[in-house]
Design a protein around this ligand. Structure first.
Ligand code: MN
Length: 266
């Protein structure tokens, strides 16, 4: 019997403890967004050095056709390994675009692949880390597709195809996803308050940190809980127009702050 590496089963669900983390998501790296790629490489060489743990919470890539295609991202790999050599810890989580990132990629980058969601203890408080798409429960069409593409047999079948074919499938999936976003109302594409409430209760956490919705914000919820939404990265005409992350901030009442990498922007 053939066995395939199955990313669905690969994420580590053990709780983690973080001392000085930085959280990023939704960079949607691809050859089509060179300003984001170079901005991310610059981040890994400069800003990332100020932190002990670098967490990439999904949709790092606009598409991921399998860990065997990681040779297209050697520049990122080199910088991740340089961070590891400096004692930094790197964590990856799958998003809805790069849901096939697996343990081979994590190993090559010196990273840990996290399950979604996973609990992180930071300064004695408990936080739930997630990409966030699982909480957009009102988008029934999307949730059905989410279940489908996470089935082990489906991923095994896709991963058994030649790279060129997989790249074509990914391209068509992106076009379909764009069409779905255009035809879907704005509220459907945000998280559902009841799903957020359930996640907080189930996991008994003080706060949630997630990406996916492209609505960067700090939301104060009932009973002092907080929900941070990570910024997506954007470029226009090969210039970065939005890029940032979440990190600890002693001045902020919530303990964290969203930081923009575009320091000169208004
Ligand atoms: Mn996403």
């Amino acid at each position: 019997m053939f066995t395939y590496p199955l990313p669905t089963q690969a994420g580590d669900s053990s709780p983690i403890t973080l001392t000085n983390p930085v959280f990023l998501a939704d960079l949607h790296l691809s050859a089509e967004v060179p300003a984001i790629v170079s901005g991310f490489l610059r981040f890994l060489e400069t800003d990332a050095l100020a932190y002990d743990e670098i967490l990439l919470l999904g949709d790092i890539f606009d598409a991921w056709i399998g860990d065997d295609a990681r040779d297209e991202w050697e520049a990122v790999q080199t910088r991740c390994l340089a961070l590891k050599a400096q004692g930094k810890r790197l964590y990856l989580m799958q998003g809805n675009r790069d849901f096939m990132m697996g343990k081979d990629l994590a190993k090559a980058w010196g990273a840990t692949l996290l399950a979604d969601p996973v609990i992180a203890t930071i300064k004695g408080k408990r936080y739930l880390l997630s990409h966030g798409d699982q909480w957009c429960t009102n988008d029934v069409t999307y949730q059905a597709a989410r279940v489908r593409i996470r089935r082990a047999w489906w991923q095994a079948m896709i991963l058994s195809l030649p790279r060129g074919i997989r790249a074509g499938i990914a391209r068509r999936a992106r076009e379909k996803s764009r069409a779905h976003q255009k035809s879907t109302t704005v509220t459907l594409m945000d998280v559902t308050p009841s799903a957020i409430e359930a996640a907080i209760q189930t996991h008994n956490v003080d706060g949630l940190i997630h990406g996916h919705t492209h609505r960067p914000a700090e939301h104060t919820l009932a009973e002092g809980h907080t929900r941070w939404v990570l910024p997506d990265w954007r470029e226009k005409d090969h210039v970065l127009t939005q890029a940032g992350y979440l990190a600890l901030d002693a001045q902020s009442p919530s303990g964290f702050a969203l930081v923009s990498l575009l320091k000169e922007s208004p």
